[in-house]
Design a protein around this ligand. Structure first.
Ligand SMILES: Nc1ncnc2c1ncn2[C@@H]1O[C@H](COP(=O)(O)OP(=O)(O)OP(=O)(O)O)[C@@H](O)[C@H]1O
Length: 261
């Protein structure tokens, strides 16, 4: 399915899955201070697919890490559902990440000694939760990995490994899935497959997905693209084409071109 033919579903509710309010993040101190986020406010509706883009160093990873509770904020607040992360101690934060957030990383982060099946259920096993077999079957069938479940990661292609990582994120039905460059290590075909899967997770399963990506083609699968520059949100495009995204990024890198066009 090409990006132009895929179904587009508006978010069916205005429930907010995650939100940043005036988030500031400062690294270091004194002369080495870096203000990575300079007051970012953004919310992510339930059942919506958002891509975060921007030049290198603009604060994308920092924003995602703050949203996902992987890093603390220096100011402002982050909310997952109705939980303000700034009120949580380390233990509660670990539990929230484990129970309510799914992650898909560029490097897949699968355990090499475990089979695909064991990798998919690992977070649930650690949490002491019993996987819902019917849901496990639905997810793995939809992701086309049923025949690969008893293989170890080294016996799978990069695209298959990332599909296993997507299944691992989906099987616990998290409130939100964060993807940090989920297609960064994949060729264009596997990249389209993984983006199609994340798109389907939103359209068919009502999942909320937020990814950071450098790839305009990957971003064009999202409902919404949020652009960061120098620690601030500078633009937001709804259902853009890859060309729209590419043109905006080009103008962001070269403001003179944007002003003259
Ligand atoms: N742990 C850290 N200590 C000090 N500075 C940091 C740290 N992490 C990030 N930074 C700085 O914060 C700013 C934002 O970094 P961030 O990694 O969020 O950008 P990015 O948009 O994700 O970049 P890229 O696209 O290159 O991954 C940069 O100036 C970076 O050098």
């Amino acid at each position: 399915m090409s990006t132009d033919e895929r179904p587009r579903h508006a978010a069916s509710t205005t429930t907010i899955a995650a939100r940043a309010d005036d988030v500031r993040k400062v690294y270091g101190s004194g002369d080495t201070t870096v203000e990575a986020l300079k007051g970012v406010s953004v919310s992510f509706a339930t059942g919506e697919f958002t891509a975060i883009m921007g030049p290198s160093g603009s604060g994308k990873s920092t924003l995602m890490h703050c949203l996902a509770g992987l890093d603390s904020v220096s100011g402002g607040s982050v909310t997952i559902g109705d939980t303000d992360l700034t009120t949580l101690d380390d233990k509660a934060m670990t539990r929230l990440r484990r129970d309510r957030i799914g992650f898909v990383f560029q490097s897949y982060n699968l355990v090499p000694t475990l089979t695909a099946r064991e990798n998919i259920t690992l977070p649930l096993d650690i949490a002491g939760r019993t996987p819902d077999q019917q849901w496990f079957d639905t997810v793995t069938e939809r992701l086309g990995i049923t025949a690969r479940l008893d293989h170890r990661p080294s016996e799978l292609s990069g695209g298959q490994q990332q599909r296993v990582a997507c299944a691992r994120a989906l099987v616990g039905r998290p409130q939100i899935i964060f993807g940090d460059e989920p297609t960064g290590n994949l060729d264009s075909r596997s990249s389209a497959e993984v983006m199609g899967i994340l798109r389907a997770a939103v359209d068919e399963f009502g999942q909320t997905v937020v990814i950071v990506t450098h790839d305009p083609r990957a971003a064009s699968w999202a409902d919404r693209v949020v652009f960061l520059a120098d620690g601030r949100i500078v633009e937001e495009l709804r259902s853009p084409s890859a060309d729209d995204v590419y043109a905006f990024l080009r103008d962001l890198d070269d403001p003179a071109r944007g002003a003259s066009s």
